[in-house]
Write a protein that binds this ligand. Sequence first.
Ligand code: HEC
Ligand code: HEC
Length: 292
Amino acid sequence: MAAPDNKHIDEATGVSTTGHEWDDIRELNNPLPRWWLWLFYVTIVWSLIYVLLYPAIPLINSATGGVLGWNSRSAVVSDLARLDASRGERIAALRTTALEDIPADPELLAFAQAFGRAAFGDNCAACHGAGGGGTVGFPNLVDDDWIWGGTLEEIHHTVTHGIRSTPMDTRFGDMPAFVRDGWFGRAEAIAVADYVRSLSGLSGPENADLALGAQVFAENCASCHGETGQGTRALGAPDLTNNIWLYGSSREAVIETISNGRGGMMPHFGERLDPATITALTVYVHTLGGGE
Ligand code: HEC
Ligand code: HEC
């Protein structure tokens, strides 16, 4: 085949050029690879089938329907309805199943934990930390040290009624401000601080007056924290012997607690969250690690 004027057969490859030329640089006219061409035809055929089956060509207010009648909006609606139906059943089960029976139902337990984890992130993590690890003034909910109690029943009560919160059934306990309110002086506060720290195995200064501390403790503290400092849950008076400290273990922190008192507040959720959510939260907290 004779090449037109500016088309050449390239000597090195034997392929004809396209006739395009720039400064003596010519373009080879290689055919498209077979596999590529076939792939191209397949995509064309596929797109025709797709246009036929699914909504495709935009019209003024809608689009061509497609013979399958599928559309993304109704697909979402039916997915959501399915999700709602399955959640609805389990939420209803949370409402009707007795708290202590939930752990015996593995499926309901798993649902409660997942549901509770999400609700914890929304309602509790701001104070108790994302995983319930707590911080100064906000108790750790993962360990097995409980101020008010770690059974399902007790956790449920705490979450429903709060702590030092307004309604009648809220948990209430008072850690008095002994020095500020004039029960005893600074020297006694320091002595009893050193004494309660020693109950947790923490050592104070060498001249700590532990004998005075023990006496102050017996007279002023044992009524709430117990003879041996083991705590009294009914009063929300923490165990002072386990070296777990809500307000810090330093001498300064303990002296501050005794001098000016403490009263951590937790809101009540009974009016804010529905019963199923509170149940899920209870189960979630209970299974964090310290449930009793
Ligand atoms: C505004 C801060 C705040 C929020 C929000 C909060 N808490 Fe608390 N929570 C506290 C404080 C403070 C305490 C400790 C009170 C005290 O000193 O006795 C506490 C105590 C608890 C206890 C008792 C711990 C024990 O050792 O007995 C549980 C259980 C608990 N919270 C669960 C929750 C759950 C579940 C939520 C979410 C629904 C939540 N809290 C939301 C502040 C909060
Ligand atoms: C009327 C009951 C009551 C008496 C009496 C009382 N406490 Fe308390 N104490 C509490 C309560 C309730 C808390 C918890 C406060 C909170 O959670 O915010 C507490 C908390 C504490 C804490 C903080 C513990 C921590 O984990 O950080 C220390 C320390 C403490 N008390 C020491 C004493 C000492 C020492 C005395 C005696 C001089 C005393 N308490 C007397 C009720 C009492």
